[in-house]
Design a protein around this ligand. Structure first.
Ligand SMILES: Nc1ncnc2c1ncn2[C@@H]1O[C@H](COP(=O)(O)OP(=O)(O)OP(=O)(O)O)[C@@H](O)[C@H]1O
Length: 478
């Protein structure tokens, strides 16, 4: 395996790596750094926690040291917390350069950001929405001369998920020069490869880690079949077990909505688990504070929505629990990638209800690996069931009293207005879409029932279970 110096990096950068404890480059670094130094665009696809950040930070710093000016590089990332993490890597590795960086993310003071931008930092790390706002409203800075454009978690930036970056990305792409080096990185690039290739046209170099499985080897991946109604009792039982078994334990729990995240956080605290929440309904300062408390192990459990599923690098995390089975395999890959990073061991446990078995199949097909069953003593779960349900209900009532839903609705409307959309029209469109989906689902169910009836009348055995180990969930103690 090559060493950092053999990749063409200058001695001061090699020394920085050594000081940081990076002894040998990882495969994605070996693959991408020389191509970037040659001046080529680069698309780097490698597993979670495999060192993709340094794969672009190191060559950019080298080029910056040869021709320092501001603004030299723009890095775009989907989440605010990730922007701070990337900035830290630039700062640490670029220390000898006296690197000036600037973080432009939503939820922070815009005037202070505008001032910082006008001081021509070498590197700007931004979320697309806030940077586009600055471009629309200010003429005190320019990204017309940037040498590097980086899209970290590039597939997320390009897909139209719950936060749609397309319009903001368009505004940004109009403001950057055509002559630039574009670097795109993610653990799941291949799904949006065609769109991404349109962005990187300068002798693009595509690097993908060759591996039979798309998740890391050191990750023990489990599923736990739970009846929907008793999910939270299983969760409490799981955490209790992990806490009893491990001295220095640290867990991230992923939920599907901000509200569930908030309720579960309140509930786990009632059970005296040191828990902090991270979701987009929190103020930015609270988000940073929560993350800092978790990183410093003051709190052992971080309960989060997918705002924390990409990129966050917290080496102490040993376990990831998916409170809901992710609807998309790619979300699963990023969530479970918050543990077992940089060669460490880790475990991911996905709670699977009777309605989610097909999602597990889709995940297994994508990652090219079967999940193993995680077994628990059902009798022990039964013992805490009533208590957990009562506490959860109390937390729900408490949260309702804070008008959480109303605040969420107002935030949503604000966001739509900012995106130039009519909130009422959007609501109507959504309701129509939901109606169509319901109709489709009913139709599918009817077809299924007819097929089963026909099979039964022909005397065929009922259709086999989709997977050998995914037996129907046990009749839980509901
Ligand atoms: N050459 C190296 N040797 C050892 N550790 C490294 C090396 N390069 C990076 N690391 C460490 O590996 C960890 C993961 O790196 P990084 O956050 O860049 O992963 P990633 O590939 O971007 O993951 P994700 O897809 O989840 O964003 C970091 O703590 C980083 O400091």
């Amino acid at each position: 395996m090559a060493c950092f110096a053999e990749l063409g990096l200058s001695s001061w950068l090699v020394e920085q790596c050594r000081q940081l404890g990076l002894k040998q480059p990882t495969p994605v670094q070996v693959g991408c750094i020389p191509a970037i130094l040659e001046g080529r665009d680069c698309l780097g696809c490698a597993k979670t926690g495999s060192g993709k950040t340094a794969a672009f930070v190191l060559p950019i710093l080298q080029k910056l040291s040869e021709d320092p000016y501001g603004i030299f590089c723009l890095v775009l990332t989907p989440t605010r917390e990730l922007a701070y993490q990337i900035a830290e890597q630039f700062r640490v590795l670029g220390k000898p350069l006296g690197l000036k960086d600037c973080i432009i993310v939503g939820g922070m003071d815009m005037v202070a950001q505008a001032l910082e931008l006008s001081r021509k930092p070498h590197v700007v790390i931004a979320t697309p929405g806030r940077l586009a706002d600055h471009l629309r409203s200010s003429s005190t800075f320019s990204i017309k001369k940037i040498r590097f454009l980086v899209l970290d978690e590039a597939d997320r930036l390009l897909e139209q998920g719950c936060t749609d970056f397309t319009a903001d990305l368009e505004a940004i792409l109009e403001a950057v020069p055509a002559q630039r080096q574009t670097l795109l990185f993610s653990a799941t690039l291949t799904d949006t490869l065609r769109e991404l290739q349109g962005l990187a046209t300068n002798q693009p170099f595509f690097w993908e880690a060759q591996a039979p499985v798309r998740t890391v080897e050191q990750l023990d991946q489990r599923y736990l079949l739970v009846p929907e109604k008793v999910k939270d009792a299983y969760l409490v039982h799981l955490i209790q077990g992990l806490q009893d078994e491990h001295e220095d334990w640290s867990i991230i729990i992923f939920t599907n909505t901000c509200k569930t995240c908030q309720i579960l956080c309140m509930m786990l605290r009632k059970f005296s688990f040191p828990t902090v929440a991270l979701h987009s309904m929190m103020k930015q300062k609270e988000r940073f504070a929560a993350l800092a408390k978790f990183k410093s192990s003051i709190y052992r459990i971080l309960i989060a929505t997918d705002v924390a599923s990409r990129g966050l690098d917290i080496p102490t995390v040993q376990v990831v629990i998916n409170h809901n089975t992710p609807g998309l395999p790619k979300i699963y890959i990023h969530r479970v990638g918050r543990t077992a990073r940089a060669g460490r061991q880790g475990m991911a446990i996905t709670l699977v209800t009777q309605y989610d078995i097909h999602l597990v199949h889709a995940i297994e097909e994508q990652i090219k690996k079967k999940l193993d069953e995680f077994s628990v003593e059902e009798a022990e779960v039964l013992q805490i069931l009533t208590q957990v349900n009562v506490v959860r209900r109390e937390c729900e009532i408490k949260l309702e009293a804070t008008n959480f839903d109303e605040k969420k609705e107002i935030n949503k409307r604000k966001q739509l207005i900012l995106e130039g959309k009519d909130p009422d029209l959007e609501a109507k469109r959504k309701a129509e879409l939901a109606k169509i989906r319901r109709k489709n689902r009913r139709f599918k169910e009817k077809v299924q029932q007819t097929l089963q009836r026909q099979a039964a009348s022909r005397g065929c055995p009922p259709k086999a279970q989709p997977r050998s180990h995914a037996a129907p969930p046990t009749q839980g103690p509901a």
